[in-house]
Design a protein around this ligand. Structure first.
Ligand SMILES: Cc1ncc(COP(=O)(O)O)c(C=O)c1O
Length: 441
């Protein structure tokens, strides 16, 4: 696979210094707008002092606006470039692309891999629909491999069983931020000439055998949606790769193939297709991300390691309390080889010892005021799969651990930003609920 030519991704009218300039930004934001942004990020929480403080801030912002310039590049500018440089350094990846969301990032990777009708992609069934949306839309076949009951992550042994001559990709998901056992998957990929893309939507900052999650496969990346460990003002994504045949094409993949390295006659640029792994042209769509999104990620990335260490301590506390009650199976702790992000706390039970399944426990936990959400419903059960001709029960029969774990054995609990009191209450409530079940209540 040869190195592909880089394609620029940033379209701007700005023509530089001129007597009559053409600005990149059609309408600038002003001081009033900046005040509204402050109010949006720091809303009134009912504190009596808020109105007075806000008045001071608004006055100062008005003064500042009188002497300030205006943000003159709002998308695909310096902040996006900084976000990408920061990501390359932090994750140790050769290429990084900041995108509108991780679903968009995965689409670029799937396109570069050349995924099309009839190709088989192996992934777990317990993940978000986003993991399979692009290959499903292309008429590729999703093959669900079963999960390891201890981590509920993809089981490499079942992946090996499900590889066929039509398999093109393996897509492990570091669910809840717990690292998938990547080495056996990379070995399988090498043996069968497959591409591995890590869905590390929950895994930003985690590591496996000294390598950051998302940087191990041919592709990998993160979601910066608001519910994730860190976000990019609500939405965002980062796509990583070390592959020279793919990485240089990221900017074109993100922005419609605009290619500033070439021009057609009398015009600013050319449009180049992506060249997929098999040398075929692929049409890029638009997954541009804004400067403010990039800034949002950069600000929160500064505290990422600290956030993970707080989550880790919270998970250790949950494990400590829950391990004292028979029938509760605590989350697999970090080891010398794995460093999870603890995005979700994985609570598992042995239904026989507890005298009931997770559905009963989940209802009890909800009654006690806990929020528990089992991430995620097995994807082969969704209507879209039936309508596309998949047989849910036949697939379920090939994923016995997925079925048993999802319906009977696990749920997820939050860890952050819980107060110490909330965390204690949560741990105690789980123990009490399990004791009630054991007592037949
Ligand atoms: C496992 C998983 N994969 C992919 C995604 C998609 O990420 P985004 O919302 O940034 O497109 C999510 C987001 O919730 C997710 O949880």
């Amino acid at each position: 696979m040869s190195e592909k030519k880089s394609s620029g991704g940033d379209f701007r009218y700005a023509v530089g210094a001129a007597k009559v300039p053409w600005h990149a930004v059609g309408e600038f934001y002003n001081g009033m707008d900046a005040s509204e942004l402050v109010k949006f990020l720091l809303p009134d929480a009912g504190n009596a002092a808020y109105a007075g403080q806000l008045e001071n801030v608004e006055k100062e912002i008005r003064k500042l606006a009188e002497v300030s310039g205006r943000a003159s590049k709002l998308t695909l500018g310096k902040k996006v470039a900084e976000a990408e440089e920061t990501a390359k350094k932090y994750f140790g990846s050769k290429y990084a692309c900041f995108v509108d969301n991780w679903t968009g990032g995965m689409e670029i990777a799937y396109k570069l891999t050349g995924i099309g009708p009839g190709d088989e992609i192996i992934m777990p069934a317990v993940t978000f629909i986003a993991t399979m949306a692009y290959p499903l839309s292309m008429g590729a076949k999703i093959v669900f491999a079963d999960i390891d009951p201890e981590t509920i992550n993809l089981d490499p042994a079942d992946v090996a069983r499900k590889i066929t001559p039509k398999t093109r990709m393996i897509v492990p998901v570091h669910l809840g931020g717990y690292p998938v056992d990547m080495d056996p998957l990379m070995e399988l990929a090498k043996k069968h000439d497959l591409i591995v893309m890590e869905d590390a939507a929950h895994g930003m900052g985690g590591a496996y055998r000294g390598r950051k999650l998302g940087s191990i496969g041919h592709f990998g990346g993160f979601s910066l949606h608001e519910v994730k460990n860190i976000n990019a003002l609500g939405e965002g994504g980062v796509l990583l790769s070390n592959e020279d045949w793919a990485g240089p094409q990221f900017p074109g993949g993100r922005f419609l193939g605009l290619d500033f390295s070439r021009k057609i006659k009398d015009w600013l640029y050319d449009i180049s297709p992506l060249t997929d792994r098999f040398g075929r042209p692929q049409v890029a769509l638009n997954h541009s991300a804004t400067e403010v999104q990039a800034l949002g990620m950069l600000l929160q990335m500064r505290r990422l390691d600290e956030i993970i260490s707080i989550r880790r301590k919270a998970a250790e506390y949950m494990n400590e309390v829950l391990s004292q009650e028979e029938g509760i199976l605590t989350e697999k702790p970090d080891t010398a080889e794995t460093y999870g992000t603890h995005h979700l706390y994985l609570l598992r039970i042995d239904p026989e010892k507890v005298g009931g399944d997770i559905q009963k426990l989940a209802a009890k936990l909800a009654q006690k005021g806990l929020t528990n959400i089992t991430h995620f419903g097995p994807m082969y059960r969704f209507k879209i799969m039936k309508d596309l001709g998949y047989d849910e029960n036949a697939i379920a029969a090939t994923c016995p651990n997925t079925e048993r774990m999802f319906y009977s054995c696990y749920t997820h609990l939050p860890l952050y930003p819980l107060t110490e009191e909330q965390l204690k209450y949560q741990a105690q409530a789980v123990v009490e609920a399990v004791r009630e079940m054991k007592a037949g209540r």
